[in-house]
Ligand binder design. Structure first.
Ligand SMILES: NC(=O)c1ccc[n+]([C@@H]2O[C@H](COP(=O)([O-])OP(=O)(O)OC[C@H]3O[C@@H](n4cnc5c(N)ncnc54)[C@H](O)[C@@H]3O)[C@@H](O)[C@H]2O)c1
Length: 666
């Protein structure tokens, strides 16, 4: 059967043979055994809904076994036999090109070269699912192959509820992931309801079919590190020979050394797992591997003396590095951390003074002892960081819950007021005021022809558009424009493509609209094939997350999620090809609501109209909210946008003098 026929078939007519997992597969961790016996029966009953009655007895036993073995029912026997990867759009069997574009993006998210645990349909983050099981994948692809351009497919946490009549103006797909009644949004609720097969953790770009491999995180980290250096260096001084000390060489954190090299500093990145460190070294993402503290100190002194740009992986615990660098009087310009502290008790963060293998044994056999050791380590970690910052190191939280967990463990990370943390998050100090508040965020695109030449042409178009815009841009955003022009010019040589022919850069609303419009013109002229536009949910307007994306909102509204919801609803009637809204994401279930869109550009006037209408709102919704929260940069940006856009009129905040408040009898 051809690839096309297999897609059109959906659930096969005859029961496929059961499958075993490939020996070399990077398997998802076994999930918590949380269901009662009755709930396990319900989970199997739920799973069998996808299949005819005559298969139930055989499949029930198999699914119960999956539930016992892995804590989830993946329906592995239904994984298709064809290679799952982004194919050229013309290869997908579809009645409308928008549906074919979505199929391409789904397949990219499940490509073994791209996805973290492809057998379990997990794209990244350990739990970021595209679907809960293989029946959902098959049915969704079948629906997309049948879809007409006046139908909409509604996706409930991976489950395709069905095609509904709509209109050509409507999104082709509406995705929700993990939307819960608020009282049922604790981490164990995810474990329970995901095991029952009724919800999933979509992360940000996994469940919205918008993941493009590690390029996105390399870009975001590069922008962050470059701007962090600007905060600490004198104008004109270079990051060369200056140290960025951090930890983690895992899925996302592995981007740090590459970003450090692009930003032009010495990156020292500690990683306790030798396999993770070696993998990043073999991939060329980190220049040197060192497993001995004396050798590390000697090498770092040499790199400082020679003003080198180099990245060094230290195989060991980051707490040792912070402490030993202090004793050896090595000055650290920038410090951060990207261990997985959103998951501190089951392997996200390793205690100091315990070998990696022993720590893994403790997680399994003595979880309470492991927890105590993690807490002690976090306190030491905070103390060592504090000693460096007292000497002038700039330390920021990188959205991994380091400050939150260090504070919970009793670490000295609280500010004098006892409410705030002593150190800023990267959004509070860097991405928020320097990027998001001006509308700069992670705009991305995928060339659906699959041709690298198309990507080169789009890179050139984007560079030209940004260069022309920069000539007219106000001083406030010149630096952001220049950073992204440099990024896009170097992007090809930095070899960032994994999977689909995709690119990311940060642009504001005007930049995104102009770049997209120029792409659409190039498609109309036949110079390139259709292009999918999208973005990370981690953006100006996409994400409400009080300790990350909206941590620089100070009017109390950072604990609300209206912005992300408005974003998705607003995009959906302004021309998005698909929209998605998720509970969960990088900081954990119940801690964030995030949304995004995908849009196919096909070179038509209609696409041009849609992109202008939708991108204007997609960015300015968040700027308006940030301006209302009294963020000065957003106030500047929204006033500039209103001057440019006649029908845009947003409510502006009046500022009250502090002394009026100080006089109040409160
Ligand atoms: N700010 C952002 O934009 C952003 C982006 C991505 C990820 N994150 C956050 O960063 C964290 C890491 O993400 P990831 O995908 O790389 O996770 P990951 O689990 O794949 O990698 C973390 C790595 O840290 C290592 N580690 C743990 N404790 C250590 C210690 N004490 N010393 C040295 N190494 C240690 C682990 O062995 C692991 O390889 C997550 O919490 C994630 O949410 C933030």
């Amino acid at each position: 059967m051809t690839f096309q026929d297999q897609i059109k078939q959906g659930i096969p007519a005859t029961l496929p043979a059961s499958k075993s997992y490939p020996a070399d597969a990077n398997r998802a961790p076994k999930r918590k055994d949380i269901l009662t016996k009755a709930e396990k029966q319900l989970a199997v009953r739920n799973a069998l809904r996808y299949f005819p009655k005559e298969w139930h007895s055989e499949l029930a036993t198999e699914f119960a076994q999956e539930l016992n073995d892995f804590g989830r029912i993946y329906m592995y026997r239904f994984k298709p036999d064809y290679a799952i990867k982004a194919r050229p759009i013309s290869e997908y069997p579809a009645n409308c090109q928008q549906a074919a574009a979505i199929m391409l993006m789904i397949d990219n998210n499940l490509d073994p070269a791209v996805a973290q645990h492809p057998e379990e349909l997990i794209t990244y983050g350990g739990n970021g699912g595209v679907f809960q099981n293989w029946a959902q994948y098959r049915l969704t692809m079948q629906y997309l192959s049948e879809m007409q351009s006046d139908q909409t497919l509604h996706m409930y946490s991976g489950h395709p509820m069905g095609l509904f009549p709509s209109s050509e103006e409507a999104p082709r797909v509406v995705v929700t992931n993990g939307m819960m009644i608020p009282n049922y949004s604790k981490p164990d609720d995810w474990e329970r309801f995901n095991a029952l097969g009724v919800t999933q953790y979509g992360q940000m770009t996994a469940g919205s079919y918008m993941y493009i491999g590690p390029q996105g995180i390399v870009h975001g980290t590069t922008i962050t590190v470059m701007n962090a250096f600007r905060k600490v260096l004198q104008p004109g001084d270079s990051p060369k020979g200056k140290i960025f000390l951090t930890a983690g060489l895992g899925g996302m954190s592995g981007a740090q050394p590459k970003a450090g090299n692009i930003a032009g500093c010495i990156t020292v990145c500690a990683e306790v797992n030798p396999k993770a460190a070696t993998k990043r070294h073999q991939q060329g993402w980190v220049d040197e591997l060192i497993d001995n503290m004396d050798a590390l100190i000697a090498r770092v002194r040499q790199a400082q003396a020679n003003a080198e740009v180099v990245s060094i992986a230290y195989i060991g615990n980051v707490v040792d590095v912070w402490e030993q660098f202090y004793h050896s009087d090595i000055f650290v310009h920038l410090g951060s951390d990207q261990t997985s502290l959103h998951n501190p008790w089951s392997g996200g963060y390793y205690p100091v003074g315990v070998s990696y293998d022993e720590a893994n044994r403790l997680i399994r056999d003595e979880p309470e002892l492991f927890k105590a050791k993690v807490q002690t380590t976090l306190k030491r970690h905070a103390d060592a960081v504090n000693k460096h910052t007292a000497k002038g190191t700039y330390f920021f939280d990188y959205g991994n819950a380091f400050l939150l967990e260090a504070s919970r463990a009793g670490g000295a990370v609280m500010a004098d007021n006892g409410i705030d943390f002593k150190y800023p998050s990267y959004v509070q100090d860097i991405l928020g005021p320097m990027c998001f508040d001006y509308g700069f965020g992670p705009f991305r695109w995928v060339c659906t022809s699959g041709k690298p030449e198309d990507l080169d042409k789009t890179d050139a178009i984007a560079a030209k558009v940004l260069t022309e815009m920069m000539a007219q841009a106000p001083a406030e955003i010149q630096q952001q424009m220049q950073d992204n022009i440099t990024w896009i010019k170097d992007a090809k040589q930095n070899k960032l493509v994994v999977g689909s022919q995709a690119r990311i850069l940060y642009a504001d609303a005007e930049g995104r609209m102009k770049i997209a419009s120029a792409f659409n013109d190039a498609i109309a002229r036949g110079e390139i094939g259709p292009v999918v536009l999208g973005r990370d949910h981690h953006d100006v307007s996409g994400t409400d997350s009080p300790f990350r994306e909206t941590s620089n909102i100070y009017d109390g509204s950072r604990f609300t999620a209206d912005m992300a919801i408005h974003n998705v609803i607003g995009d959906s009637f302004r021309g998005a090809t698909w929209v998605s809204i998720h509970n969960g994401g990088g900081v954990g279930w119940g801690e964030v609501i995030n949304g995004g869109f995908g849009m196919l550009l096909d070179g038509t006037n209609d696409a041009d109209r849609r992109l202008k209408s939708m991108l204007l709102f997609d960015v300015n919704n968040g700027i308006a909210r940030r301006s209302w929260a009294r963020n000065a940069e957003a106030d500047f940006a929204i006033k500039r946008e209103m001057a440019r856009t006649p029908k845009l009129k947003v409510t502006l905040a009046n500022r009250v003098d502090d002394d009026i408040l100080a006089r109040l009898p409160l």
